[in-house]
Design a protein around this ligand. Structure first.
Ligand code: UDP
Ligand code: MG
Length: 140
């Protein structure tokens, strides 16, 4: 399997509870390397552009407000099959359905406030990485 990069976000519910290190440990334990990382505060408009694919969904407004409600840690994870591997480490969107030991099973508060984002495919990963990082900021 090829080495890939994927975009990860530690969401405001998790930064608020000081869980960045515990979540990063799960990524690193799974063999994912954090090759870029920064803590930023999004505006609702910036969150809206990031989640544009969901703009027709009923939860879109709430999701954008939540993502702008506190600091987030945006990061690029690298490794063999990193896109799918990160989705495994994250667990299902709804923490009630997330496998034991996953980030969302251990830390998520609800289907909306679910601690992490991860890209879902190669094209979205490339697009989402470029939204937050320049090539100069990616050091593998
Ligand atoms: N979300 C929500 N309600 C839902 C489904 C999703 O609030 O019924 C939020 C949740 O924060 C989720 C994000 O919208 O992580 C993006 O949804 P997606 O289906 O892409 O889930 P993910 O890829 O994050 O697992
Ligand atoms: Mg998604």
């Amino acid at each position: 399997m090829a080495v890939e990069r994927t975009l990860s976000i530690i969401k405001p519910d998790a930064t608020k509870r000081n869980l960045t290190g515990k979540i990063n440990a799960k990524f690193e334990d799974a063999g994912l390397r954090i090759v870029a990382q920064k803590r930023i505060q999004l505006t609702p408009a910036q969150a809206g552009v990031f989640y544009e694919v969901h703009k027709e969904r009923p939860f879109y407004g709430e999701l954008c407000d939540f993502m702008a409600s506190g600091p987030v840690v945006v990061q690029v994870l690298e490794g063999e099959g990193a896109i799918a591997k990160n989705r495994e480490v994250m667990g299902a969107t709804n923490p009630a359905d997330a496998a034991p030991g996953t980030v969302r099973a251990d830390f998520a508060e609800s289907v909306g406030e679910n601690s992490v984002h991860g890209s879902d495919a190669a094209d979205t990963a490339a697009q989402e990485i470029a939204y937050f990082f320049s090539g100069l900021e990616l050091v593998g």
